[in-house]
Design a protein around this ligand. Structure first.
Ligand code: NI
Length: 158
C-alpha cells in the first residue's frame, strides 16, 4: 500500500473517459488499496482512479470515515430529488463551489470479485457518488459550479 500522487485540474488525464474493468489482477488490488490510503491521507470523502492517473472505472468513497465503499464499473440506475451545497475535489485543492445534485441515487456496481451489487445513497453519499462517477467520464465539478469558485479559506473566515 502506498500514497499516490493526486493529479490536479489541468492534467489531461482528468478529462479522459475511463475504461471498464474486465478482470481483477494484483495490480488492480494494489490500486484500490492505494486509492483508499491516498483518499484518507488527503482527508477526502471520495477518489476516482483517474485522480491517481489510472484510466479505469474504479471509485473509492467514504463519507463518514468508517464506511469504505469501493465501486467498480458503477452506473446510476435511478436518481431523484435535489440538493444544493458546497462541493470540493482533491484534484482542485483549496477550492469549493455550490453544485446542485440529486438527493437520492441508486447505482449498480461490481465488487472486488466482479460480482454485481446495488447501492442506494442520499444526501452526502448521493453527492459523492455523482461527483466520483463524473470523474470516470472526464468531468470535474467545477464545470457545474453555480456562482464563483471560492477559496476554502475565505469560506471558513465568514
Ligand atoms: Ni473529485
Amino acid at each position: 500500500m502506498a500514497i499516490r500522487n493526486i493529479r490536479e485540474m489541468g492534467d489531461p488525464v482528468l478529462n479522459k473517459i475511463c475504461k471498464e474493468v474486465k478482470e481483477i489482477t494484483d495490480r488492480t488490488r494494489e490500486l484500490i488499496a492505494d486509492m483508499f490510503d491516498t483518499m484518507y491521507e488527503a482527508e477526502g470523502v471520495g477518489l476516482a482512479a483517474p485522480q491517481v492517473g489510472v484510466l479505469k472505472r474504479i471509485v473509492a468513497i467514504d463519507v463518514t470515515g468508517e464506511d469504505p465503499i469501493m465501486l467498480i464499473n458503477p452506473v446510476i440506475l435511478e436518481s431523484s430529488g435535489e440538493q444544493s451545497g458546497n462541493e470540493g475535489c482533491l484534484s482542485v485543492p483549496g477550492k469549493t463551489g455550490i453544485v446542485t445534485r440529486p438527493n437520492y441515487v441508486k447505482i449498480k456496481a461490481y465488487d472486488i470479485d466482479l460480482q454485481p451489487f446495488e447501492l442506494e445513497g442520499t444526501e452526502l453519499l448521493a453527492r459523492a457518488i455523482c461527483h466520483e462517477l463524473e470523474h470516470l467520464e472526464g468531468h470535474l465539478y467545477v464545470e457545474k459550479v453555480e456562482g464563483p469558485l471560492m477559496d476554502v479559506e475565505d469560506l471558513e473566515e465568514e
